[in-house]
Ligand binder design. Structure first.
Ligand code: 6AU
Length: 376
């Protein structure tokens, strides 16, 4: 850790005011509001489990981390699919979505992987991360793609339908109404909303209503992700506005795994890239604080975190997973190593009661933060 950098003792509320990135500023405020510096790594098997876990653990976390490519049954539909469902839950519970995609490639390729393809990660993930082994230009390429996306998203397609209120879809409906890209035919889209108990008549009614649909492009006052599904549709987390439409990048500067080949030079290159792209890079996935220059105010989010079972010695050694993963406690990572948010996957997911385990981690991680800034 870098001596006593001011960010180590500055409360998150103050760091919010000094943040360079609008999403970082928002995240710090969210952390204060929820008294949480916990990110849940939702590495479960199916989309259904993912959505259920996000809903149950949502109150305890400020970031939900996904690996969309390990989830079976991920629904790519941009309006009713898994990404859109998570976005709705993020609004309801107040958390940001971090797709742990670890982009690494030439600039052009990462631009396409980030904004297009089947997953369209940029549409639903507020945050993603990158390994910059391919060089710093890759970060610039992603920043440019995110800026273009933001410009486009601020011009929402406004669709007004004069008859019928769309009825929300269920959790796990597949793509039966979409084309192979998950896009819905407009008539099906209208009918598709009503796939609950309204039956064929309702669908016919909706198809008739196609004649009354008008579309226009206009600046959106409150740009937001698709919210035409039930999870959290009506409710927005109280006490804070919706997040800005800016997208953020975390640089994978250090890893938790044993024998990691990332050198000090690589980590330093991440620090330089972060400073060069402050409007896009929020901070790092790292094992210690990398803020060294006086003006550095990057956020640090740290995986490889586990607590011993309740009642056991808190600062004892925690076994790795036998596959290279190494673990530290929230107290060590936050109070001693100076990181800000802990990422916890199996520590929570494999517990008997994941939501209450998430709450146990939230309390421990927040206590470690309070002790670091001297407010305990
Ligand atoms: O708590 P776990 O060990 O079940 O899960 C840790 C999660 C996994 C990893 O892919 C991820 O954190 N991860 C990362 C990330 C976030 O980029 C970097 C790293 O160094 N170690 C690590 O475990 O989803």
């Amino acid at each position: 850790m870098s001596g006593r950098h001011p960010t180590l003792t500055t409360p998150f509320a103050e760091r919010a005011k000094q943040a360079d990135h609008p999403l970082t500023e928002y995240l710090y405020r969210l952390m204060v509001l929820k008294s949480s510096n916990l990110c849940l790594s939702a590495d479960v098997h199916t989309a259904r489990e993912l959505v259920t876990l996000a809903d149950k653990a949502g109150p305890s976390i400020v970031v939900l981390k996904t690996h969309y490519d390990l989830i079976s049954g991920w629904d790519y539909n941009p309006v009713t699919g898994t990404g859109a469902k998570l976005a709705a839950l993020a609004r309801k519970h107040g958390f940001l979505i971090f797709e742990d995609r670890k982009f690494v490639d030439i600039g052009k390729t990462v631009q396409m992987q980030y904004t297009a393809g089947t997953a369209r990660i940029i549409d639903w993930a507020h945050i993603t991360n990158a390994n910059i082994d391919a060089g710093k230009d890759m970060v610039r390429a992603m920043a440019e793609a995110a800026a273009k996306w933001k410009e486009r998203i601020n011009y929402e397609v406004k669709t007004s339908v004069t008859v019928g209120t769309p009825v929300s879809d269920h959790f796990d409906d597949g793509l039966e109404n979409g084309d192979e890209n998950g896009r819905l035919d407009p008539r099906e889209q209208l009918g598709g909303y009503g796939r609950d108990d309204r039956g064929a008549d309702a669908r016919k009614g909706s198809i008739v209503s196609i004649t009354t649909v008008t579309q226009s492009f206009e600046p959106a006052d409150s740009p937001r992700l698709p919210k035409s599904i039930s999870e959290g549709d009506e409710s927005v987390f109280p006490g804070i506005e919706e997040p800005p439409t800016d997208r953020g990048l975390l640089l994978l500067a250090q890893m938790s795994s044993k024998g990691c080949l990332m050198t000090k030079e690589y980590t330093q290159a991440c620090v330089e890239a972060a400073r060069e792209h402050k409007k896009f890079v929020m901070g790092y996935v790292a094992q210690e604080s990398l803020n060294t220059a006086p003006e550095d105010n990057f956020i640090h989010i740290t995986p490889g975190c586990k607590l011993p079972p309740e009642g056991e010695e808190e600062n004892g050694h925690i076994e790795g997973d036998g596959l290279g993963q190494q673990y530290n406690t929230p107290a060590k990572l936050i109070s001693i190593k100076g990181t800000d948010i802990v990422i916890v996957g199996r520590g929570i997911i494999c517990a008997d009661d994941p939501p209450s385990e998430a709450e146990r981690y939230r309390k421990k991680a927040w206590k470690a933060y309070l002790s670091r800034v001297g407010s305990e």
